[in-house]
Structures are given as structure tokens and as C-alpha cells.
Write a protein that binds this ligand. Structure first.
Ligand SMILES: [Fe+2]
Ligand SMILES: [Fe+2]
Length: 304
């Protein structure tokens, strides 16, 4: 149903070849707080008029922190969804089972990695920063949808992770913090296989679904997108408080409005639109359900 040339055997071989340990990512470093953490394409701070350069740097680092913390949050739901998928259906192919379990194991490692980065930031940044949560509640809300809706969300997240690294980080001249760059690179290396695995999983679920079940899956995927969008709006408000604390001054209503608008745009691009509009995700959705694909295009336009 979905056009691709992926297979479990070669994905498993590649994933064993690129596999890394948390120590490889960290390399004995900590954050360099004199540098930005995220490229401006994701952080969206450079055009904010009401902040000084030093204040923009603080906001960029807050956004780097929330990027890591929120990735750690969303990946919590992926592990149980993959384990459930392995448990159901006819899994006669040993390579398929191994590849899927390896996928779940890697996401568990990623969650551990994101938690390490969160703790390290909280130790060194100098002021507290709030993050939406708790992770278990967000995971439960996402998992309260059909498997197709859940795996479409994962597919979107996998493709967007790659876009973040390849288009914003790999060749950047923005002098980003090397530790954050190392994380984004290592995450991308393993997520590249996850995007292929997710395509195979979505394809299998769709092949075993009726047209109305597929429609329900796409509707669920969009519901999860709206759920995540609500989380992003809450996160923008938390960031305003974190920023005031970090820069040691109260922002007036006009300043808050300017920052809120820029940041909601940047968050939506980072966590929703960069995945939703990724050519490979877009193609999969179009092949799956043309009417659902059109509804998603409208949703993308509405929040862009
Ligand atoms: Fe991951
Ligand atoms: Fe992943």
C-alpha cells in the first residue's frame, strides 16, 4: 500500500552498525553556555525585537532544554506501542521481531539520554525551567488512540528528527554547543532506521485495515497532533516564566505577546510542521488515505 524499498533484514544490519552508547554522545563534556543550543530555524529567537542578544541566547538555551525534555517525553509512548505491535499479529519473520525489539531498546536508550541532558542542564543553567508533563500522562493520552494513529504520529516524529539534523544542524555555521550537536547527530543516526521501520509498521497495519479503519487512524493521528499542539501552547507560557527568571527582569504585555507569537510559530514548526510536511511522510499519508491527507494539509495550513 505504501511505496518504499525497506526490509527488516537490512534495517537491522544498519542499526547494529550505527549503534552507540550514551558515553559516545557525551564524550566527557558538559554544555558550553556561551553558545546557542539550537539552530535558529528551530529556536526562532533571532527576530524577536524586545530581547537583547544576551537575552536571546538565554531563550535559545531554554528552547534547547525544552527540545531535549520534550523529545524525552514523547518517546515514552513509542516503547509500549512497539512492544504491543510485536505481541499482536503473525510475526513469523525473526528479523522483523529482532528489528522491532531493537527499535524499542534504542528508544529506551534515547529516553535515558534525554534524561541525562535534562539533569545536566538543570545542574548548570542557573535558574529553573518548567516543562509540560508528566511523561506518563502524555504517553497515556497518545496511546488512547488506534495503533494506526499512534504509529503515524511516530512516523512523523521520526522524519522530523532527521529533517532537524540534516537541514538545520549538520552544516550549520551558527556555532552551536558541541554537546547538543553530538546528541542531535547520534539521535539522527538511529532514528534514520526508525523512520523505515515505522513505514513498514504503518504499511502492515493499513494492509490489515478496512477503509473506514484507515480513516479512523488518520483522524486519530490528527487528534494526537491537536493534543500535542495544546502541549506546545502550554510550553510557550512556561518558557515566558523561565525566561523572566533567567534574565532577571519582568516582561511587559507587549514583549510577552511578541515572544509568544514567535515561539508558538517556532514550536509548531519544530514539533509538528517539519514532520507533517516532510516529503516522505506526506507521500505515505497521501498513499494511505487521500481524503485524510487533504484534511491534514488543511490542518498544516491552519497552524503554519
Ligand atoms: Fe528516539
Ligand atoms: Fe525513534
Amino acid at each position: 500500500m505504501l511505496s518504499h524499498d525497506y526490509d527488516y533484514r537490512s534495517i537491522l544490519e544498519t542499526s547494529h552498525r550505527v549503534n552507540w552508547k550514551l558515553e559516545d554522545v557525551i564524550g566527557g563534556r558538559t554544555f558550553d553556555y556561551s553558545r546557542p543550543f539550537l539552530p535558529d530555524a528551530l529556536a526562532g529567537v533571532s527576530k524577536i525585537q524586545c530581547l537583547s542578544s544576551a537575552e536571546k541566547l538565554k531563550l535559545n538555551q531554554i528552547r534547547g532544554f525544552t527540545y531535549l525534555a520534550m523529545f524525552g517525553l514523547v518517546e515514552e509512548y513509542i516503547v509500549p506501542s512497539v512492544i504491543d505491535h510485536v505481541r499482536t499479529g503473525d510475526r513469523g519473520d525473526d528479523r522483523e521481531v529482532q528489528a522491532l525489539l531493537h527499535f524499542a531498546e534504542e528508544e529506551t536508550k534515547h529516553i535515558e539520554m534525554f534524561k541525562w541532558f535534562v539533569r545536566e542542564f538543570e545542574r548548570g543553567f542557573g535558574s529553573p525551567c518548567g516543562v509540560i508533563g508528566p511523561a506518563a500522562a502524555i504517553a497515556a493520552d497518545i496511546l488512547d488512540h488506534s495503533p494506526l494513529g499512534v504509529f503515524l504520529t511516530t512516523l512523523q516524529i521520526e522524519w522530523m528528527t532527521q529533517m532537524h539534523y540534516l537541514e538545520s544542524v549538520r552544516d550549520t555555521k551558527e556555532g552551536l554547543d558541541p554537546l547538543v550537536c553530538s546528541l542531535l547527530k547520534h539521535h539522527w543516526m538511529e532514528e534514520s532506521q526508525h523512520a523505515k521501520l515505522d513505514t513498514l509498521v504503518v504499511d502492515e497495519i493499513a494492509r490489515n485495515s478496512t477503509a473506514s479503519e484507515i480513516d479512523k487512524g488518520v483522524a486519530d493521528y490528527m487528534d494526537i497532533g491537536k493534543l500535542l499542539d495544546g502541549g506546545l501552547q502550554t510550553q510557550v507560557e512556561l518558557d515566558l516564566v523561565s525566561l523572566e527568571t533567567a534574565i532577571g527582569r519582568q516582561l511587559n504585555d507587549g514583549e510577552k505577546a511578541e515572544i509568544r507569537e514567535a515561539q508558538l510559530k517556532a514550536y509548531r514548526w519544530t514539533f509538528l510542521l517539519s514532520g507533517m510536511s516532510h516529503p516522505k511522510f506526506d507521500r505515505s499519508l497521501r498513499e494511505l488515505a487521500s481524503a485524510g491527507h487533504m484534511r491534514n494539509v488543511e490542518f498544516v495550513r491552519a497552524i503554519a
